[in-house]
Write a protein that binds this ligand. Structure first.
Ligand code: GLU
Length: 302
């Protein structure tokens, strides 16, 4: 039988906050309650956005909150050769092409926007521009509707050419796109279970299409409701979420479990983080996760 393998994949653009803790708890419980591995991947592919010291802080936070990951931590900044290998494969297959359009020129051109931003209509598809000094896009012309069954949100589909367009796999500044990195890493790490925030539901359709193009396996997906701040905006580093406080680890873990619809007994808040996680794994029931109505997507763009 194939080993169930989940993962937690934070970006080191700042310290972990309550929203990241919820994602960590959900992915950990979903993997461990099914006797799987739980891997840790630091998503530092976008090197210009990496905040110095954030990766080390994330590892310290996870340890203080009682998490133990399986195997060595994988850093995307060590994986560039792999991303280039698969990008070359897509280029050789004719699925990917060089593009000279900037966001600004597209705005001036009046391109429509969809749930993930500008819908690139393939303006450079036939230009045969050189690969160097250009961004590289995946041709989605033939993709049509791409769907999957999410363990929390149910059936979800997106028409790629109509709603997303040809998306970027490598930026003009030579940074590999998150979409390529995550798909390659999940495949190479044997990840067959992805648990992450619901802001990435739309992005998953892009990942499924890339997996098809690269003949990769598709993991099972589970997206979890986002944590919003008092203004109803997704908690994130950009919206000023406060860093996790190790002094309140147990209380915050219990709160994360309640956000996920689980019912930790009140006295559990006085126990060690590792004991709370043990309770969480033993009592985990993903069917209790509440499914709030979704507002506009805020997925990851190039
Ligand atoms: N690195 C992404 C984030 O921190 C998560 C991506 C994923 O889990 O696939 O939002």
């Amino acid at each position: 039988m194939t080993q169930l393998t989940g993962r937690f994949a934070p970006s080191p653009s700042g310290p972990l906050h309550f929203g990241s803790l919820v994602a960590a708890v959900a992915s950990y419980c979903e993997a461990k309650s099914r006797h799987g591995l739980w891997l840790l991947r630091i998503e530092d592919v976008d090197t210009p956005r990496v905040v110095a010291g954030a990766s080390e802080q994330i590892l310290r936070d996870l340890e203080a909150f009682g998490f133990a990951w399986d195997g060595a931590v994988l850093y995307q900044s060590d994986q560039f050769e792999h991303y280039q290998f698969y990008l070359d494969q897509l280029l050789a297959q004719g699925d990917c092409y060089a593009c000279e359009c900037s966001r600004r020129s597209l705005r001036e051109h009046g391109v429509r926007t969809g749930p993930l931003g500008q819908i690139y209509p393939g303006l450079c598809r036939l230009k045969q521009l050189p690969v160097a000094n250009h961004s590289l896009r995946l041709n989605t012309e033939k993709a049509s509707s791409i769907g999957f069954s999410d363990r929390v949100y149910g059936e979800f589909a997106l028409n790629l050419p109509e709603s997303v367009g040809d998306f970027v796999l490598k930026r003009v500044d030579n940074v590999f796109a998150y979409h390529l990195a995550v798909v390659v890493d999940d495949q190479l790490q044997g990840v067959n279970q992805v648990v992450r925030g619901a802001d990435l539901l739309e992005n998953t359709c892009l990942h499924l299409y890339l997996q098809q193009k690269l003949s990769f396996a598709t993991p099972e997906y589970m997206h979890i409701p986002l944590v919003n701040n008092a203004l109803g905006v997704k908690l994130s580093k950009q919206t000023g979420a406060t860093a996790l406080d190790h002094r309140h680890a147990s209380r915050q873990l219990a709160a994360a479990l309640r956000h996920l619809g689980q019912t930790p007994p009140a006295e559990l808040g006085n126990h060690d983080p590792a004991e709370i996680l043990r309770w969480a794994v033993d009592n985990w029931n993903h069917a209790l996760i509440p499914v709030p109505p979704r507002t506009a997507a805020e997925g990851i763009q190039d």
